[in-house]
Ligand binder design. Structure first.
Ligand SMILES: [Zn+2]
Length: 179
């Protein structure tokens, strides 16, 4: 993966840690589990999927979908949401993302509707996606942040959408009570 003005450095999503994040000591070979222990401080380090949340925001018989305004997958369909910050409860992350991307306050259902693992970006980073159903409790949604456009779609339009990640189609369908 090459970023503007930077060197191309290959990296894989499951690459073990090579240096201890606590003290910078060079780490040895990982165990079969993928964990690697630091010879200086004794901590074990693992690579994990990054948690992300997505919401099917429903109003009547329609669900809100977004067009991505940034890479990766710019121009393709998505659901509002994003990565969960460290220590942040997933439903709070979704409320925060709805504010940032749409300028609305949402009420997020307590139980997730769908869990999925998918890859993200050029390095194939693993993401643990948590899909919720939500509804707008205040504000009128308008695209902001990394969202280029929003659309309200009905059940019969979902199949034709070019979703960046297939599990979002399943969340949208399920939120409307189909599948
Ligand atoms: Zn260490």
């Amino acid at each position: 993966m090459k970023l503007d003005g930077k060197q191309e450095i290959p990296f894989t999503a499951t690459e073990p840690y090579r240096f201890c994040p606590a003290d910078g000591t060079k780490l040895g070979e990982p165990r079969a589990s993928g964990g690697v222990s630091c010879p200086l401080c004794g901590r074990s380090w693992y690579r994990n999927s990054s948690p992300a949340v997505g919401a099917a925001i429903v109003e009547g018989d329609r669900v809100l979908v977004t067009v991505r305004g940034i890479e990766p997958e710019k121009g393709r369909m998505d659901l509002p949401g994003g990565f969960v910050e460290v220590g942040e409860p997933p439903r709070d992350a979704l409320a925060r993302e709805a504010r940032e991307e749409l300028g609305v306050e949402v009420e997020v259902e307590e139980r997730p509707m769908l869990l999925a693992v998918h890859t993200y970006g050029a390095d194939g980073e693993y993401v643990l996606a948590i899909g919720f159903r939500a509804r707008i409790i205040s504000g009128e949604p308008s695209p902001a942040d990394d969202v280029a456009e929003i659309r309200w779609v009905s059940e019969d339009e979902i199949d034709a959408l070019d979703f960046a990640w297939e599990h979002d189609r399943r969340i949208a369908r399920r939120a409307l009570g189909d599948g």
